[in-house]
Write a protein that binds this ligand. Structure first.
Ligand SMILES: [Zn+2]
Ligand SMILES: [Zn+2]
Ligand SMILES: [Zn+2]
Ligand SMILES: [Zn+2]
Length: 425
């Protein structure tokens, strides 16, 4: 209740209350002042408070790393030390191979290595017999000669692939699996020189070796139609993810990374960038066709499907292409899927021009002038084929449709995207 101003007896308690509030405020301000003046590192509370700030947390982390550095170096050096240890599998013979992909049982004698890694040829193994770890290709094994010295011998490695359960009706004892034709496998750890398995029945002489369909159903993709080289589809997925997160990453850089990994793991051989690119594009094309059958649509926005509020259309003139890089007259893999067909765009632009005489100068809308919406634009140079791209995007950043610009940004281009029925029915 508000006291009556004429009633002096009501003022006294109000003044006391105000004085108390001021006193409490002063005390709080004093405390705050003191806390700012105090050395924050003098007490654990102060330290805790300050470590909450970003730079202090950074400094704290820096100090911890600096203190740990000598230990880290020492541990790194001692990790390179190869002890004389027994095999983790038979526990009797001396370990000659280390395979980190087989952790926790990572040490192998020669026989156990052969037995286990017959089926795991893609494991990355190191030899330990020379007193240090040395990367060993899957086609090499370590054997002991008569004098007990260790030496490296070659062995055939089969491409990991599921073989048929019932090759024939003969006894399973009659089935032999041998190395067939040589094949190169490229996966995320680089290149492997392997052989295709050749399954033979010794009784009825029926044979089986993987065909294209078998390779594809086991996660491989042919590098060429005769599949002398196969890529794991996983490496294509990785490349695609890299290209989405870092569009500037070149195919050469990715292939170089694969070549480096090949040699780092003790293997050798080149990887053809052109073959990789071609195979990758064929894979993306087939996946696109599959998605079409499944009615997967990447170019529609679930939020905008019912009622499109706004569409932005803009051109990017940095995405040009020189005449000389046009290549042969082969059709694109995704012709018309996202980029409109050049012929249809050209016909539309010509159709507009035949009906309306274009006026030069900037496009006008009310009192505003628009450079990007002019009615005519000249080609900028004879060396350039496509001058850029123009695309339509909704407010959620979903791309709808695009076209190749063969001249500057003219109004007919967004009109094509609109009238083409791709959006705004
Ligand atoms: Zn063993
Ligand atoms: Zn292993
Ligand atoms: Zn048989
Ligand atoms: Zn949208």
């Amino acid at each position: 209740m508000v006291p009556c101003p004429d009633d002096a007896s009501n003022y006294a308690p109000l003044q006391v209350q105000l004085q108390e509030t001021h006193k409490a405020l002063d005390t709080q301000l004093q405390l705050l002042q003191e806390s700012l003046e105090d050395d924050p590192l003098a007490c654990s509370e102060g330290r805790e408070m300050l470590t909450r700030t970003w730079d202090m947390r950074q400094t704290h982390s820096e100090e911890k790393w600096e203190n740990a550095r000598p230990n880290l170096l020492e541990s790194m050096l001692s990790a390179e030390w190869t002890l004389d240890q027994s095999c983790d599998h038979c526990h009797t013979k001396r370990a000659v191979i280390r395979c980190r992909d087989c952790l926790p049982k990572h040490l192998f004698c020669s026989d156990c290595d052969l037995a286990v890694h017959r089926n795991y040829v893609l494991h990355i193994r190191d030899s330990v017999v020379e007193g240090f770890y040395k990367a060993l290709p899957p086609t090499c094994r370590i054997v002991q000669d008569g004098s007990g010295a260790h030496e490296i011998s070659e062995k055939a490695c089969l491409l990991p692939i599921a073989s048929p359960h019932n090759l024939c009706n003969c006894d399973t004892q009659d089935i032999a699996i041998n190395a067939g034709r040589a094949i190169i496998l490229v996966e995320i750890n680089g290149r492997y020189d392997l052989s295709l398995p050749l399954v033979t029945c010794k009784s009825c002489l029926k044979t089986w070796t993987p065909g294209l369909k078998d390779l594809q159903s086991n996660g491989y993709w042919p590098g060429n139609v005769d599949f002398q080289t196969v890529y794991s589809t996983d490496v294509f997925h990785t490349f695609e993810e890299f290209k989405v997160s870092a569009p500037g990453l070149s195919r050469q850089a990715f292939v170089k990374m694969l070549v480096d990994r090949t040699s780092n793991f003790g293997r050798a051989g080149r990887i053809s960038g052109d073959s990789f690119q071609r195979s990758f594009l064929e894979w993306t094309y087939c996946r696109h066709e599959k998605e079409k059958l499944l009615a997967v649509d990447h170019f529609s926005c679930p939020a905008c499907m019912e009622d499109i509020a706004a569409i932005s259309v803009d051109g990017n003139r940095k995405m040009y292409r020189f005449n000389r890089t046009k290549g042969a007259d082969e059709s694109g893999y995704f012709d018309g899927a996202f980029f409109s067909k050049d012929k249809e765009v050209a016909e539309f632009v010509e159709g507009i021009r035949s009906r309306i005489r274009p006026e030069s100068g900037r496009g006008v809308c009310g009192k505003s002038q628009w450079k990007a919406a002019r009615e005519t634009a000249k080609k900028s140079g004879s060396k350039v084929d496509e001058e850029g791209v123009e695309d339509a995007v909704c407010r959620h950043g979903i791309l709808f449709k695009a076209l190749n610009m063969f001249r500057g940004e003219i109004y007919a281009y967004p009109l094509f995207l609109k009238k083409g029925g791709f959006f705004w029915p």
